[in-house]
Design a protein around this ligand. Sequence first.
Ligand code: SF4
Length: 328
Amino acid sequence: MREAQYWEPGEAGRVHCLLCPNDCRIAEGKAGTCGVRMNRGGRLELPRYGAISSIAVDPIEKKPLYHFHPGSRILSVGFVGCSFRCGFCQNWHISQSIDVETRSISPEELVSTAVRERSFAIAYTYSEPLVHFEYVLDSSRLARKAGLKNVLVTNGYLNPQPADELLPFVDAANVDLKAWDPEFYRHETGGKLEEVKRFIAEAAGRIHLEVTTLVIPTKNDDPAQIEGIARFIAGLDPGIPLHLSAYHPQHKYTLPPTPPGTVHRLAEVARKHLKHVYVGNLGAESSDTVCGECGNVLVRRVGWHVEVTGIKAGKCAKCGAKSPIVGA
Ligand code: SF4
């Protein structure tokens, strides 16, 4: 049985998991909040190391990553479990339950699958990858050796020390910033806003970063929420892309879907602070990337159809300004 990293013995046979800010103190035979890290005989163990719930080759725009190798396809793997408890989770069947069908795939097999599929990178996605820290780290190291890149799609809930260990092997991430209200985080996700902000700030200077906010009617669709998020991101780098996605009823939430007009209005609020704001989950509409200097279309997107139209040698083909896109 694989032992976990980042834990210490606790009182009365408990183990104290130090991986994420949930700070679980886990009794013998039990798992932490994420459901995947277990106290067995006073050690923190990983009975679901390498248990993969989903594997597929996706357009990278589905992650979503719009400024990182646009138009490419990426081998994507998902796990089970999550450090959050979001009632609106769009992947709740694998994140909020660990009793789902999985298949065992070792890091070596994962990397050789990526090579065979001619994927330039591996995305750790679908459910929360960071609670499978050791598997993601092992796979990322091997992937790097094989010349592949690594992408995280995550809630950004990781303590500073493990983040320092993992980020050198990560090339790009899309991190959820679910709201600007600490009470929303506490009540709706079980997490702490400040911890997510800390991870985002740490990742911003080190890897290619994009941020996603799922806009939920009456919950986080107040313009002040989006204004707070956009100001925070702009304080790190106004070139970081923000994706505002429309919510659809899932899991415990029965609120009606977010009206497209709401998402578009909030995007205009965010554009006061950020250069690149995209709307998502609204059907096959265009989310082009335009040059911040002259408005030339750099990347044209309609649904999953992607065309790099206006970039030459890393610059806007029209005005010569530096392109914000990595890998095109
Ligand atoms: S990784 Fe899991 S067990 Fe560890 S503190 Fe976070 S939720 Fe708890």
